[in-house]
Design a protein around this ligand. Structure first.
Ligand code: MG
Length: 392
């Protein structure tokens, strides 16, 4: 297990929010923003030590946040100087990884932190990113031409780094350097960078209206946590025929070989069965109702779209996916070498901890169509918790 530290950057004066109180000390749902952020980053038990970077003369932070495995460092004039101070404070601990996070992002969760940590297993740095939903246009006092959204990503924190590498990169910067974020420093230093899927809920509280949204979101969360709930289990089943090809998509993972699955979309029977299981749990029809094969739009479509749709339908109902279990029934391909990749892909798509995602496989002892390797079957179960309906 790597030793993981985090730096929460809270040295800013939060000028954009207005008022005298820096935004990390504003009250959100009865607690300061920074208390919420620290608690959220520690909830998953993934972080071993936290350094809070505070402004010189700030006496509030220690009163609010002191605890085991929490220490404090005094920030500098710029964000860059503050991060540098945080990194230097971790020198003696020398963690394997460091996650650098904005104190004003209190909605970070365990799944996002897990994706950043996973990203670091193969690279020097990992950054959560999201595609841009709004149209983006140039502006120089007047509306100009479009900027191609496909070339742009919104960047969030926590940004993760191999500690020794990012410390060296910051140490090499002049004291008055001002960089936009820590990934920019990593990029300039030539570190390898992975991007992982960000989280739309992980907003940075920047403008006064962000606080209004955040209060609403907290109210929603409290409602979800206090309303009586029931559990529902849905099941799904799917079959696709084998045909010649070089890549088979199964549970969101490409498997190279000499066969593939025949179908209108990418024919990922694993994700199709799972999508149907989730739709079953919320009694919302099946995959064919929502993505009819007659619609050319879904030709060759990546099946994670279908799964994301089903997960969104759960969220819209105030529900939560608790656990999923997929069984692949086939003689070939061999599933075992791909099983962990399949679990992580599903966990990523559904923002579900890996411990709640099961993928397994069986054969039919050479019997039937799967036994003759004419095709592959998948079955799935999904457990969802939902708010109890009020009696009508
Ligand atoms: Mg199918």
């Amino acid at each position: 297990m790597p030793l993981i530290a985090q730096i929460l950057v809270a040295a800013g004066k939060g000028a954009r929010i207005g008022g005298d109180v820096p935004k990390q000390y504003r009250i959100l749902g009865g607690q300061t923003v920074i208390e919420r952020t620290l608690a959220a980053t520690l909830a998953g038990g993934q972080v071993d030590h936290s350094v809070i970077v505070i402004a010189d003369g700030d006496t509030t932070a220690e009163t609010l946040l002191a605890g085991p495995n929490v220490s404090f460092a005094i920030g500098g004039a710029s964000r860059t100087a503050s991060v540098k101070a945080g990194l230097r404070a971790l020198r003696s601990l020398a963690p394997d990884y460091v996650l650098i996070h904005d104190a004003a992002r209190p909605f970070v969760d365990r799944a996002l932190i897990a994706r950043v940590i996973d990203g670091l297993s193969t690279t020097d740095a990992a950054v959560p990113v999201l595609p841009i939903a709004d149209a983006i246009k140039r502006y120089d006092g007047r509306i100009g031409r479009d900027i191609d959204r496909a070339e742009l990503r919104a960047v969030q924190t926590p940004q993760g780094f191999r500690f020794a590498k990012i410390l060296a990169a910051f140490d090499a910067l002049p004291d008055d350097a001002e960089t936009s974020d820590d990934i920019a420093v990593a990029l300039d230093a030539g570190l390898s960078i992975a991007d992982v899927t960000g989280d739309r809920h992980n907003i940075k509280l920047t403008y006064p209206e962000d606080f209004t949204r955040a209060e609403l979101r907290l109210k929603d969360k409290t409602m979800t946590e206090t309303t009586p709930r029931y559990f529902a289990t849905g099941t799904g089943f799917d079959v696709h025929q084998f045909t010649a090809g070089d890549t088979m998509w199964l549970c969101g993972v490409p498997i190279a070989g000499d066969i593939t699955l025949k179908g209108h979309s990418d024919a990922d029977a694993g994700l199709h069965a799972l999508t149907d299981a989730i739709l079953g749990a919320i009694c919302f029809g099946d995959i064919g109702d929502h993505f009819p094969p007659s619609d050319p739009k879904w030709k060759g479509a990546a099946s994670d779209k279908f799964l994301i749709f089903a997960a969104e339908q759960v969220a819209i109902r105030g529900g939560r996916i608790e656990h999923v279990d997929v069984t692949l029934i086939c003689e070939r391909p061999k599933i075992k070498p791909h099983r962990e990749a399949m679990r992580s892909r599903i966990s990523e798509i559904l923002s579900l901890p890996l411990t709640r995602v099961s993928v397994k496989a069986t054969t039919t002892e050479k019997l039937g169509f799967t036994g003759r390797s004419e095709g592959l079957a998948a079955q799935a179960a999904a457990t969802v918790s939902l708010p109890s309906e009020s009696p009508s």
